[in-house]
Ligand binder design. Structure first.
Ligand code: AHR
Length: 495
Protein backbone atom coordinates (compact mmCIF):
# COMPACT_ATOMS: atom_id res chain seq x y z
CA UNK A 1 0.00 0.00 0.00
CA UNK A 2 1.01 3.58 -0.47
CA UNK A 3 0.44 6.12 2.30
CA UNK A 4 -0.45 9.76 1.64
CA UNK A 5 0.98 12.92 3.14
CA UNK A 6 0.51 16.62 2.50
CA UNK A 7 2.78 19.54 3.24
CA UNK A 8 3.24 23.24 2.64
CA UNK A 9 6.74 24.62 2.24
CA UNK A 10 6.39 28.12 3.62
CA UNK A 11 8.68 30.04 1.32
CA UNK A 12 6.85 33.20 2.38
CA UNK A 13 8.05 32.73 5.96
CA UNK A 14 11.78 32.38 5.50
CA UNK A 15 13.65 32.32 8.81
CA UNK A 16 17.28 32.51 9.94
CA UNK A 17 20.38 30.70 8.75
CA UNK A 18 20.96 26.98 9.18
CA UNK A 19 24.53 27.03 10.49
CA UNK A 20 26.84 24.92 8.36
CA UNK A 21 28.43 23.81 11.63
CA UNK A 22 25.54 21.49 12.45
CA UNK A 23 27.18 19.20 9.87
CA UNK A 24 30.34 18.86 11.98
CA UNK A 25 32.39 15.82 12.98
CA UNK A 26 34.14 14.49 16.05
CA UNK A 27 37.44 12.61 16.24
CA UNK A 28 38.74 11.14 19.46
CA UNK A 29 41.82 9.20 20.47
CA UNK A 30 39.71 6.07 20.66
CA UNK A 31 40.08 2.75 18.87
CA UNK A 32 41.07 3.28 15.24
CA UNK A 33 39.57 6.73 14.71
CA UNK A 34 42.80 8.70 14.71
CA UNK A 35 45.51 6.05 14.40
CA UNK A 36 44.83 4.05 11.19
CA UNK A 37 41.66 5.99 10.42
CA UNK A 38 43.05 9.48 9.92
CA UNK A 39 46.72 9.30 10.78
CA UNK A 40 49.08 6.76 9.26
CA UNK A 41 52.32 8.74 9.58
CA UNK A 42 54.54 10.18 6.90
CA UNK A 43 56.44 6.94 6.32
CA UNK A 44 53.33 4.86 5.65
CA UNK A 45 52.83 3.13 2.30
CA UNK A 46 49.25 4.40 2.44
CA UNK A 47 49.20 7.63 0.42
CA UNK A 48 49.21 10.54 2.83
CA UNK A 49 49.77 14.24 3.20
CA UNK A 50 52.14 14.92 6.09
CA UNK A 51 50.91 11.70 7.74
CA UNK A 52 47.17 12.12 7.13
CA UNK A 53 45.45 9.65 4.77
CA UNK A 54 44.74 11.17 1.36
CA UNK A 55 41.62 9.07 0.80
CA UNK A 56 40.08 10.30 4.05
CA UNK A 57 41.09 13.91 3.31
CA UNK A 58 39.34 13.72 -0.08
CA UNK A 59 36.21 12.20 1.45
CA UNK A 60 35.97 14.87 4.17
CA UNK A 61 36.53 17.67 1.66
CA UNK A 62 33.68 16.32 -0.43
CA UNK A 63 31.41 16.70 2.63
CA UNK A 64 32.32 20.38 3.07
CA UNK A 65 33.24 19.25 6.57
CA UNK A 66 32.71 22.52 8.48
CA UNK A 67 34.42 21.69 11.78
CA UNK A 68 36.28 18.92 13.57
CA UNK A 69 36.14 18.39 17.32
CA UNK A 70 39.25 16.90 19.01
CA UNK A 71 40.88 15.26 21.08
CA UNK A 72 37.82 13.84 22.90
CA UNK A 73 35.42 12.89 24.36
CA UNK A 74 36.46 11.33 27.59
CA UNK A 75 40.04 11.40 26.33
CA UNK A 76 40.06 15.21 26.48
CA UNK A 77 39.89 15.34 30.27
CA UNK A 78 43.03 13.25 30.58
CA UNK A 79 44.95 14.85 27.72
CA UNK A 80 47.97 17.01 28.40
CA UNK A 81 48.72 18.99 25.28
CA UNK A 82 52.45 19.29 25.91
CA UNK A 83 52.70 15.52 25.35
CA UNK A 84 51.70 16.04 21.73
CA UNK A 85 54.14 18.71 20.51
CA UNK A 86 57.79 18.68 19.44
CA UNK A 87 59.72 15.92 17.66
CA UNK A 88 57.51 12.85 17.46
CA UNK A 89 60.20 10.45 18.59
CA UNK A 90 60.58 12.34 21.83
CA UNK A 91 56.92 12.51 22.72
CA UNK A 92 56.01 10.57 25.86
CA UNK A 93 53.96 7.39 25.73
CA UNK A 94 50.90 7.49 27.97
CA UNK A 95 48.07 5.14 28.83
CA UNK A 96 44.71 5.92 27.27
CA UNK A 97 42.86 5.17 30.51
CA UNK A 98 39.39 5.53 29.03
CA UNK A 99 39.71 3.42 25.91
CA UNK A 100 41.26 0.03 26.54
CA UNK A 101 44.33 1.31 28.40
CA UNK A 102 46.22 1.19 25.12
CA UNK A 103 49.47 3.08 24.72
CA UNK A 104 48.99 6.55 23.30
CA UNK A 105 52.11 7.50 21.35
CA UNK A 106 51.11 11.14 21.01
CA UNK A 107 52.21 11.02 17.37
CA UNK A 108 49.04 12.94 16.57
CA UNK A 109 48.95 16.16 18.57
CA UNK A 110 48.11 19.84 18.25
CA UNK A 111 50.10 20.54 15.07
CA UNK A 112 48.85 17.42 13.32
CA UNK A 113 45.23 18.14 14.23
CA UNK A 114 45.36 21.76 13.14
CA UNK A 115 47.17 20.77 9.96
CA UNK A 116 44.35 18.31 9.22
CA UNK A 117 41.79 21.07 9.75
CA UNK A 118 43.60 23.36 7.33
CA UNK A 119 43.96 20.64 4.70
CA UNK A 120 40.29 19.71 4.90
CA UNK A 121 39.07 23.30 5.27
CA UNK A 122 37.36 22.57 8.60
CA UNK A 123 37.34 24.90 11.60
CA UNK A 124 38.89 23.44 14.75
CA UNK A 125 36.91 22.73 17.87
CA UNK A 126 39.41 21.93 20.61
CA UNK A 127 38.26 20.30 23.86
CA UNK A 128 40.29 21.32 26.91
CA UNK A 129 41.06 19.35 30.04
CA UNK A 130 39.16 20.29 33.19
CA UNK A 131 39.01 16.81 34.77
CA UNK A 132 42.71 16.16 35.32
CA UNK A 133 44.20 19.44 34.10
CA UNK A 134 44.68 22.92 35.49
CA UNK A 135 43.56 26.40 34.45
CA UNK A 136 47.23 27.19 33.81
CA UNK A 137 47.62 24.26 31.40
CA UNK A 138 44.48 25.34 29.55
CA UNK A 139 45.48 29.00 29.24
CA UNK A 140 48.95 27.97 28.08
CA UNK A 141 47.52 25.79 25.33
CA UNK A 142 45.42 28.69 24.08
CA UNK A 143 48.47 30.95 24.12
CA UNK A 144 50.55 28.32 22.31
CA UNK A 145 47.96 27.99 19.55
CA UNK A 146 46.74 31.56 19.12
CA UNK A 147 49.30 34.15 20.26
CA UNK A 148 51.15 36.09 17.58
CA UNK A 149 53.59 38.00 19.80
CA UNK A 150 57.00 37.33 21.31
CA UNK A 151 56.17 35.02 24.24
CA UNK A 152 57.91 31.84 25.29
CA UNK A 153 54.93 29.67 24.30
CA UNK A 154 54.41 31.36 20.93
CA UNK A 155 58.14 30.95 20.28
CA UNK A 156 57.92 27.29 21.24
CA UNK A 157 55.19 26.88 18.62
CA UNK A 158 57.48 28.55 16.07
CA UNK A 159 60.35 26.27 17.06
CA UNK A 160 57.99 23.35 16.45
CA UNK A 161 57.42 24.51 12.89
CA UNK A 162 54.43 26.83 12.96
CA UNK A 163 55.20 30.52 12.54
CA UNK A 164 51.70 32.00 12.40
CA UNK A 165 49.17 31.31 15.12
CA UNK A 166 46.05 29.34 14.31
CA UNK A 167 42.53 30.59 14.69
CA UNK A 168 40.60 28.52 17.23
CA UNK A 169 36.93 29.46 17.05
CA UNK A 170 35.54 26.79 19.40
CA UNK A 171 36.99 25.71 22.72
CA UNK A 172 35.35 23.22 25.08
CA UNK A 173 35.96 23.74 28.78
CA UNK A 174 35.76 20.07 29.74
CA UNK A 175 33.72 17.18 28.36
CA UNK A 176 31.00 15.18 30.13
CA UNK A 177 32.15 16.49 33.49
CA UNK A 178 29.07 14.80 34.98
CA UNK A 179 30.72 11.49 34.01
CA UNK A 180 34.11 10.57 32.56
CA UNK A 181 35.25 14.19 32.83
CA UNK A 182 35.36 14.10 36.63
CA UNK A 183 32.01 12.82 37.96
CA UNK A 184 31.15 16.28 39.21
CA UNK A 185 27.94 17.71 40.58
CA UNK A 186 26.53 20.53 38.45
CA UNK A 187 27.24 23.03 41.23
CA UNK A 188 30.88 22.00 41.46
CA UNK A 189 31.34 22.00 37.68
CA UNK A 190 29.74 25.43 37.32
CA UNK A 191 32.25 26.88 39.79
CA UNK A 192 35.16 25.11 38.12
CA UNK A 193 33.94 26.21 34.71
CA UNK A 194 34.03 29.85 35.74
CA UNK A 195 37.51 29.45 37.16
CA UNK A 196 38.88 27.82 34.00
CA UNK A 197 36.98 30.06 31.59
CA UNK A 198 38.39 33.17 33.27
CA UNK A 199 41.79 32.24 31.88
CA UNK A 200 40.61 31.33 28.38
CA UNK A 201 41.41 34.58 26.61
CA UNK A 202 41.06 35.99 23.14
CA UNK A 203 44.61 36.65 21.93
CA UNK A 204 45.95 38.29 18.76
CA UNK A 205 42.50 38.77 17.25
CA UNK A 206 41.36 35.19 17.84
CA UNK A 207 37.81 34.88 19.15
CA UNK A 208 37.11 31.80 21.25
CA UNK A 209 33.60 30.54 21.75
CA UNK A 210 33.93 28.90 25.14
CA UNK A 211 31.69 25.86 25.46
CA UNK A 212 30.44 24.74 28.86
CA UNK A 213 29.63 21.10 29.49
CA UNK A 214 25.89 20.62 29.20
CA UNK A 215 23.51 17.78 29.93
CA UNK A 216 23.60 14.08 29.27
CA UNK A 217 20.53 13.78 27.05
CA UNK A 218 17.58 15.38 28.76
CA UNK A 219 19.13 15.89 32.20
CA UNK A 220 17.33 19.16 32.84
CA UNK A 221 18.63 19.37 36.38
CA UNK A 222 22.21 19.67 35.13
CA UNK A 223 21.18 22.34 32.62
CA UNK A 224 19.15 24.38 35.09
CA UNK A 225 21.99 24.46 37.61
CA UNK A 226 24.90 24.97 35.20
CA UNK A 227 23.52 27.26 32.50
CA UNK A 228 22.41 30.29 34.57
CA UNK A 229 25.61 30.14 36.60
CA UNK A 230 28.05 29.97 33.67
CA UNK A 231 26.26 31.86 30.94
CA UNK A 232 28.05 35.15 31.73
CA UNK A 233 31.29 33.46 30.73
CA UNK A 234 30.18 30.89 28.17
CA UNK A 235 29.28 31.44 24.56
CA UNK A 236 27.74 28.00 24.20
CA UNK A 237 26.47 25.00 26.12
CA UNK A 238 27.08 21.47 24.87
CA UNK A 239 24.64 18.55 24.88
CA UNK A 240 25.23 14.85 24.23
CA UNK A 241 22.58 12.39 23.20
CA UNK A 242 23.26 8.93 21.81
CA UNK A 243 20.65 6.72 20.13
CA UNK A 244 20.55 3.24 21.70
CA UNK A 245 16.96 2.05 22.09
CA UNK A 246 18.18 -0.68 24.44
CA UNK A 247 19.77 -0.96 27.89
CA UNK A 248 23.44 0.08 28.05
CA UNK A 249 24.60 -3.46 28.89
CA UNK A 250 22.63 -5.06 26.04
CA UNK A 251 22.96 -2.78 23.06
CA UNK A 252 21.39 -3.55 19.70
CA UNK A 253 23.31 -4.89 16.74
CA UNK A 254 24.33 -2.58 13.90
CA UNK A 255 23.14 -5.06 11.26
CA UNK A 256 21.05 -8.23 11.20
CA UNK A 257 18.15 -6.57 12.99
CA UNK A 258 14.38 -6.92 12.79
CA UNK A 259 11.78 -4.33 11.84
CA UNK A 260 11.10 -3.86 15.56
CA UNK A 261 14.68 -2.72 16.01
CA UNK A 262 14.54 -0.57 12.89
CA UNK A 263 11.54 1.18 14.37
CA UNK A 264 13.06 1.29 17.87
CA UNK A 265 16.18 3.12 16.72
CA UNK A 266 14.26 5.67 14.63
CA UNK A 267 11.81 6.22 17.46
CA UNK A 268 14.55 6.75 20.00
CA UNK A 269 16.56 9.09 17.77
CA UNK A 270 13.46 11.29 17.43
CA UNK A 271 13.74 11.95 21.18
CA UNK A 272 16.45 14.43 20.21
CA UNK A 273 13.64 16.89 19.39
CA UNK A 274 12.14 16.71 22.89
CA UNK A 275 15.57 16.93 24.50
CA UNK A 276 16.41 20.07 22.55
CA UNK A 277 13.00 21.57 23.39
CA UNK A 278 13.43 21.06 27.12
CA UNK A 279 17.06 22.23 27.15
CA UNK A 280 16.17 25.30 25.14
CA UNK A 281 13.27 26.11 27.46
CA UNK A 282 15.74 26.30 30.35
CA UNK A 283 18.15 28.42 28.33
CA UNK A 284 15.32 30.70 27.20
CA UNK A 285 14.44 31.54 30.81
CA UNK A 286 17.69 33.46 31.32
CA UNK A 287 18.81 34.04 27.73
CA UNK A 288 15.64 34.81 25.75
CA UNK A 289 17.68 36.65 23.09
CA UNK A 290 19.50 33.37 22.35
CA UNK A 291 22.95 34.91 22.68
CA UNK A 292 24.24 31.58 23.96
CA UNK A 293 24.32 28.74 21.50
CA UNK A 294 23.58 25.08 22.01
CA UNK A 295 26.15 22.66 20.57
CA UNK A 296 25.07 19.03 20.20
CA UNK A 297 28.71 18.06 20.12
CA UNK A 298 28.17 14.29 20.39
CA UNK A 299 25.29 12.44 18.77
CA UNK A 300 24.66 9.27 16.81
CA UNK A 301 23.91 5.57 17.19
CA UNK A 302 25.73 3.40 19.71
CA UNK A 303 25.46 -0.33 19.01
CA UNK A 304 27.07 -3.47 20.30
CA UNK A 305 30.66 -3.80 19.08
CA UNK A 306 31.14 -5.95 15.98
CA UNK A 307 31.85 -9.58 16.76
CA UNK A 308 35.54 -10.30 17.09
CA UNK A 309 36.45 -6.69 17.91
CA UNK A 310 37.64 -5.32 21.22
CA UNK A 311 34.69 -3.67 23.02
CA UNK A 312 36.79 -0.65 23.95
CA UNK A 313 37.38 0.34 20.32
CA UNK A 314 33.67 0.95 19.66
CA UNK A 315 33.78 -0.33 16.10
CA UNK A 316 30.35 -0.83 14.54
CA UNK A 317 28.95 -1.33 11.05
CA UNK A 318 26.74 1.34 9.57
CA UNK A 319 23.58 0.60 7.63
CA UNK A 320 20.80 2.36 5.80
CA UNK A 321 19.13 2.75 9.22
CA UNK A 322 22.01 4.98 10.30
CA UNK A 323 21.62 7.15 7.22
CA UNK A 324 17.98 7.72 8.18
CA UNK A 325 19.01 8.47 11.76
CA UNK A 326 21.33 11.12 10.35
CA UNK A 327 18.59 12.59 8.15
CA UNK A 328 16.11 12.77 11.03
CA UNK A 329 18.66 14.48 13.25
CA UNK A 330 19.59 17.03 10.58
CA UNK A 331 15.92 17.92 10.37
CA UNK A 332 15.65 18.33 14.12
CA UNK A 333 18.80 20.47 14.27
CA UNK A 334 17.55 22.60 11.39
CA UNK A 335 14.22 23.11 13.10
CA UNK A 336 16.16 24.37 16.15
CA UNK A 337 18.43 26.56 14.01
CA UNK A 338 17.99 29.62 16.20
CA UNK A 339 19.76 28.02 19.16
CA UNK A 340 21.54 24.96 17.76
CA UNK A 341 24.54 26.27 15.87
CA UNK A 342 27.00 23.41 15.90
CA UNK A 343 26.79 19.60 16.09
CA UNK A 344 29.31 16.77 15.91
CA UNK A 345 28.39 13.25 14.98
CA UNK A 346 30.36 10.60 16.87
CA UNK A 347 32.75 9.76 15.27
CA UNK A 348 34.44 10.50 11.95
CA UNK A 349 36.27 7.22 11.16
CA UNK A 350 36.01 3.64 12.49
CA UNK A 351 34.22 4.55 15.75
CA UNK A 352 30.47 4.51 16.52
CA UNK A 353 28.33 6.06 13.76
CA UNK A 354 31.24 6.63 11.42
CA UNK A 355 31.28 8.29 8.01
CA UNK A 356 34.28 6.28 6.93
CA UNK A 357 35.62 2.79 7.65
CA UNK A 358 39.17 1.76 6.91
CA UNK A 359 41.05 -1.51 6.79
CA UNK A 360 44.74 -1.06 6.06
CA UNK A 361 44.95 0.80 2.74
CA UNK A 362 41.23 0.27 2.02
CA UNK A 363 38.54 2.81 2.77
CA UNK A 364 34.78 2.83 2.35
CA UNK A 365 32.05 5.41 2.72
CA UNK A 366 29.15 4.43 4.95
CA UNK A 367 25.44 5.18 4.39
CA UNK A 368 25.81 7.90 7.04
CA UNK A 369 28.50 9.51 4.91
CA UNK A 370 26.08 9.61 2.01
CA UNK A 371 23.40 11.24 4.17
CA UNK A 372 25.87 13.99 5.10
CA UNK A 373 26.90 14.42 1.50
CA UNK A 374 23.30 14.62 0.24
CA UNK A 375 22.13 17.01 2.95
CA UNK A 376 25.16 19.33 2.85
CA UNK A 377 23.13 21.52 0.45
CA UNK A 378 21.38 22.93 3.54
CA UNK A 379 24.62 24.35 4.95
CA UNK A 380 24.33 28.11 5.52
CA UNK A 381 20.97 28.40 3.75
CA UNK A 382 17.81 30.01 5.17
CA UNK A 383 15.36 27.84 7.02
CA UNK A 384 11.89 27.50 5.51
CA UNK A 385 9.18 26.24 7.86
CA UNK A 386 7.12 23.28 6.70
CA UNK A 387 3.52 22.47 7.67
CA UNK A 388 3.24 18.70 7.44
CA UNK A 389 0.38 16.23 7.72
CA UNK A 390 2.14 12.90 7.93
CA UNK A 391 0.63 9.44 8.22
CA UNK A 392 1.89 7.49 11.23
CA UNK A 393 4.16 4.49 11.10
CA UNK A 394 2.90 2.22 13.88
CA UNK A 395 4.50 -0.81 15.37
CA UNK A 396 3.05 -2.49 18.44
CA UNK A 397 1.69 0.20 20.71
CA UNK A 398 3.94 2.96 19.40
CA UNK A 399 3.98 5.16 16.35
CA UNK A 400 6.18 7.79 14.73
CA UNK A 401 5.57 10.07 11.75
CA UNK A 402 6.23 8.22 8.51
CA UNK A 403 7.56 11.39 6.93
CA UNK A 404 10.06 13.97 8.08
CA UNK A 405 10.73 17.06 5.94
CA UNK A 406 13.10 20.00 6.13
CA UNK A 407 13.41 22.83 3.61
CA UNK A 408 15.77 25.71 3.02
CA UNK A 409 16.55 28.41 0.49
CA UNK A 410 20.00 29.34 -0.76
CA UNK A 411 21.00 32.91 -1.59
CA UNK A 412 20.58 32.21 -5.32
CA UNK A 413 16.92 31.27 -4.72
CA UNK A 414 17.40 27.50 -5.05
CA UNK A 415 15.20 25.61 -2.61
CA UNK A 416 16.34 22.33 -1.06
CA UNK A 417 13.93 19.86 0.47
CA UNK A 418 15.15 16.77 2.29
CA UNK A 419 12.69 14.03 3.13
CA UNK A 420 12.86 10.86 5.16
CA UNK A 421 10.37 8.02 4.81
CA UNK A 422 10.82 6.11 8.06
CA UNK A 423 8.37 3.38 7.12
CA UNK A 424 10.04 0.02 6.64
CA UNK A 425 7.51 -1.24 4.12
CA UNK A 426 5.27 1.48 2.66
CA UNK A 427 5.94 4.19 0.13
CA UNK A 428 4.41 7.62 0.71
CA UNK A 429 2.75 9.89 -1.85
CA UNK A 430 3.48 13.46 -0.87
CA UNK A 431 1.61 16.46 -2.24
CA UNK A 432 3.44 19.61 -1.34
CA UNK A 433 2.23 23.19 -1.74
CA UNK A 434 5.01 25.62 -2.55
CA UNK A 435 4.18 28.99 -0.99
CA UNK A 436 6.11 31.84 -2.55
CA UNK A 437 8.65 29.55 -4.15
CA UNK A 438 9.62 30.40 -7.67
CA UNK A 439 10.41 26.98 -9.11
CA UNK A 440 9.41 25.01 -12.16
CA UNK A 441 12.09 22.30 -12.15
CA UNK A 442 12.93 19.64 -9.65
CA UNK A 443 15.86 17.24 -9.53
CA UNK A 444 16.30 14.58 -6.90
CA UNK A 445 18.64 12.08 -5.30
CA UNK A 446 17.63 9.11 -3.20
CA UNK A 447 19.38 6.83 -0.72
CA UNK A 448 17.64 3.53 -0.15
CA UNK A 449 18.38 -0.18 -0.47
CA UNK A 450 16.84 -3.61 -0.84
CA UNK A 451 17.23 -4.40 2.87
CA UNK A 452 16.78 -2.36 6.03
CA UNK A 453 20.25 -3.27 7.24
CA UNK A 454 21.98 -2.87 3.88
CA UNK A 455 25.53 -1.66 4.43
CA UNK A 456 28.83 -1.26 2.66
CA UNK A 457 31.70 -3.70 3.12
CA UNK A 458 35.19 -3.84 1.69
CA UNK A 459 33.93 -6.53 -0.70
CA UNK A 460 30.89 -4.51 -1.67
CA UNK A 461 31.71 -0.88 -0.89
CA UNK A 462 28.97 0.65 -3.06
CA UNK A 463 25.95 -1.37 -2.06
CA UNK A 464 24.34 1.67 -0.43
CA UNK A 465 24.94 4.89 -2.31
CA UNK A 466 22.79 7.72 -3.63
CA UNK A 467 21.20 7.51 -7.03
CA UNK A 468 19.18 9.81 -9.20
CA UNK A 469 15.54 10.17 -8.18
CA UNK A 470 12.94 11.01 -10.78
CA UNK A 471 9.68 10.28 -8.97
CA UNK A 472 9.00 13.99 -8.46
CA UNK A 473 7.42 16.76 -10.50
CA UNK A 474 6.19 20.32 -10.17
CA UNK A 475 2.99 21.61 -11.65
CA UNK A 476 2.19 25.26 -10.93
CA UNK A 477 2.70 25.57 -7.17
CA UNK A 478 2.42 21.90 -6.30
CA UNK A 479 5.23 19.43 -5.92
CA UNK A 480 4.29 15.77 -6.18
CA UNK A 481 6.60 12.99 -5.17
CA UNK A 482 6.47 9.38 -4.03
CA UNK A 483 8.98 8.47 -1.37
CA UNK A 484 10.12 4.85 -1.49
CA UNK A 485 9.94 2.91 1.77
CA UNK A 486 12.98 3.36 4.07
CA UNK A 487 14.54 6.17 2.13
CA UNK A 488 16.20 9.55 2.29
CA UNK A 489 15.45 11.88 -0.61
CA UNK A 490 16.88 15.32 -1.36
CA UNK A 491 15.16 17.55 -3.91
CA UNK A 492 16.56 20.64 -5.59
CA UNK A 493 13.98 23.12 -6.85
CA UNK A 494 14.99 25.74 -9.36
CA UNK A 495 13.40 28.15 -11.84
O1 AHR B 1 32.10 9.06 21.70
C1 AHR B 1 32.48 8.15 22.68
C2 AHR B 1 32.35 8.71 24.08
O2 AHR B 1 31.03 8.98 24.36
C3 AHR B 1 33.03 10.02 24.35
O3 AHR B 1 34.37 9.89 24.64
C4 AHR B 1 32.28 10.56 25.53
O4 AHR B 1 32.28 11.96 25.57
C5 AHR B 1 30.91 9.95 25.38
O5 AHR B 1 30.49 9.35 26.54
Amino acid sequence: ATLSATATIQGDQEQGTISKHIYGHFMEHLGRCIYDGLWVGEDSSIPNTRGIRNDVIAALKELNCPNLRWPGGCFADDYHWRDGIGPRKERPKRINIHWGQVIETNAFGTHEFLDLCEIVGAEPYVAGNVGSGSPQEMRDWIEYMTFDGDSELANLRRANGREKPWKIPFFGVGNENWGCGGNMTPEFYADLYKRFATFCRDLSGNHLMRVACGPNGGNDHWTSVVFPRVSGQAEALSLHYYTLSAPWHDKLRATGFSEVQWFGILNSTLRMGDILDSTEAIMNATDPEKYRHLFVDEWGTWYREEEGTNPSVLFQQNSLRDALVAGLNFHIFQQHHERVKLCNIAQTVNVLQAMILTEGPKMLLTPTYHAFEMCKVHQDTKYLPVKLESPRYSLGSESIPAVSVSASRATDGTVYISLVNTHALESVDLKCQLADIDASQVAGRVLTADALDAHNTFDQPNRVEPSEFSDCSISATTLNTTLPPHSLVVLTLSK
